[in-house]
Design a protein around this ligand. Structure first.
Ligand code: ADE
Length: 239
């Protein structure tokens, strides 16, 4: 899968491309990340990408033209069909379902704004989707775009080592994750649950499902309200 990014801080994306699962996905050629800096698409000697808002008020806005030319350059490389996603608190909130949907695309271009945002005409003419990563305000779209990209990259085939990892993640089946344990068997008097040492894979599966249901019930009942229970889940919850 190919990712394009429009940002005045290209180096920030090294957090995604140089570390961990996402870094390996780039190294293996499973995903590509190219960044276009709007400053490279300015024509004045100061390379101005921001300007004062019409009507007054605090802060600056990103100018239309450098962003538009940067998007054009990204589309010239990634294909004109590439969806352009703008990160903003006004967008649709990111969920696991949304990440799954985005992972079906061959390419995506993320526009990371700075300052107070971008000129509305750019949203009207160049942006296909607006996504928020939650109800709070960040200083720019870079971190938000990396959150979205990370959640999507995990879903790209062959990115996760273990075949089932992405399937077993929290939220994939609409539930929170079950608890996990590694050695030692006992830590400060707390023992790993016996069932996990039993070697009985069916019993372990049932225990994990029950724990996931219980945790979701306790911590995020809203998730259960959105989802039908299978017969097995219903029975486990009654136990
Ligand atoms: N830019 C600033 N705040 C944001 C948020 N919550 N989500 C996405 N982009 C943002």
């Amino acid at each position: 899968m190919q990712f394009g990014v429009i940002s005045i801080f290209p180096e920030m994306y090294q957090a995604l491309t140089d570390f961990g699962v996402t870094g390996r996905a780039v190294d293996k050629g499973l995903v590509s990340v190219d960044v276009w800096n709007p400053r490279d698409f300015t024509i004045d000697k100061y390379q101005t990408v921001d300007d004062r808002p019409y009507g007054g008020g605090p802060g600056m806005l990103m100018k239309v033209e450098p962003l538009k030319y940067a998007i054009e350059a990204a589309k010239a490389k990634l294909g004109s069909q590439s969806k352009v996603v703008y990160l903003s608190p006004q967008g649709e909130t990111l969920t696991q379902d949304k990440a799954q949907q985005l992972a079906q695309e061959a390419s995506l271009i993320f526009l990371a704004g700075r300052y107070e945002g971008i000129d509305e005409r750019l949203i009207e003419t160049q942006i296909d989707e607006e996504i928020s990563i939650g109800d709070y305000v960040l200083s720019g779209g870079e971190l938000a775009s990396m959150v979205v990209m990370d959640s999507v990259i995990r879903l790209v085939p062959e990115v996760l080592g273990h075949d089932m990892s992405a399937v077993e993640d929290s939220f994939v089946d609409g539930l929170l994750d079950c608890p996990h344990y590694t050695r030692p068997e006992e830590h400060e008097g707390r023992k790993v649950p016996d069932v996990l040492l039993s070697g009985n894979h069916e019993k372990i599966r049932q225990w994990r499902l029950k724990q996931a249901l219980g945790r979701t019930w306790e911590k995020r009942p809203d998730l259960l309200a959105k989802r039908d229970l299978s017969k097995e889940e219903d029975a486990l919850l009654q136990e």
